[in-house]
Write a new protein. Structure first.
Length: 276
């Protein structure tokens, strides 16, 4: 589906869900949303931010009288801006404790981080512990991604072992796997595969991936944080109610299925039972 048709489909989905949304009250000012590339969920083209999540949020804004100012930033800087109170929203974010201190979280889907590689010859890896024992494997991760305490402890151990590369985005990690500069990465497969189109060096990886769940990295809520400091209580409440209503109506999961093939979502992305 072309971006234009995807945007029209998003508009129709939210129109159908309009009865579930709060009446348009309007935000008190434009909402500041820095964003980094995340598969087809958030795409960056120069200074332009696009993809499923910006399309959904912009259309939601039309319904409730809010506008959003998007800007591309590296993933690690995005989190620093949000925690410092210079960003109103943090999108495509996993729920972790330190972010909960800075924002109110609205879950959109659940995602399962997995071990991703292009090597089908090595023995299977079933856990982070297995990975840490395979010291010959070089690991490339996206700087700023966080899948909980076990993931953060793994980063510390891999760093001490001298075989961790922290990179600014998914495409850089994919190029490292394609060029045999790294052996494995960890993230939801939908985010990795969604970043491949449009780059001739890595597009061919999609059909060659080995995807392995790791015992210590379970399903984790992924969604949108609303700042507790930069947003007024009225704006935050309006946005939270609108987001929760749209998630519970099912339109966000329908949007995921429009932007991602079902084979990409299976076993690593699933709908939230109910947002709150």
């Amino acid at each position: 589906m072309t971006p234009g048709r995807q945007f029209c489909a998003i508009s129709l989905l939210l129109l159908a869900a309009g009865a579930h949304l709060p009446a348009a009250a309007g935000c008190s000012r434009p909402i500041i949303v820095p964003a980094s590339a995340t598969g087809q969920s958030v795409t960056i083209n120069g200074a332009q931010v696009g993809g499923m999540i910006p399309d959904m949020i912009n259309q939601l804004g039309v319904k409730i009288g809010c506008t959003f100012h998007w800007s591309p930033v590296p993933r690690q800087r995005l989190e620093s801006m949000f925690i410092a109170g210079s960003a109103d929203l943090m999108v495509a974010a996993t729920q972790v404790e330190r972010r909960d201190q800075a924002g109110v979280f609205v879950p959109v889907v659940e995602a399962r981080p997995t071990l991703i590689s292009v090597d089908f010859n090595r023995p299977s890896i079933h856990s982070v512990a297995d990975l840490l024992e395979r010291r010959q494997l070089r690991v490339a991760l996206v700087r700023g991604y966080d899948y909980g305490p076990a993931y953060q402890q793994m980063i510390k151990t891999l760093t001490s072992q001298g075989r961790l590369y922290l990179e600014p985005d998914v495409r850089t990690v994919a190029r490292m796997l394609a060029d045999a500069m790294a052996d494995v990465t960890i993230m939801p497969a939908s985010g990795f595969i969604g970043a491949l189109p449009g780059d001739a060096r890595i597009e061919g990886l999609a059909g060659k991936l080995r995807i392995e769940p790791l015992d210590e990295l379970p399903w984790i809520p992924t969604g949108i944080y609303l700042s507790k400091t930069s947003l007024t209580e009225a704006d935050r409440t309006l946005l939270q109610r609108a987001l929760v209503a749209s998630v519970n109506s099912g339109v966000w999961w329908q949007a995921f299925k429009r932007y991602y093939p079902s084979a990409v979502l299976i076993d690593n992305t699933r709908p939230i039972e109910a947002a709150r």
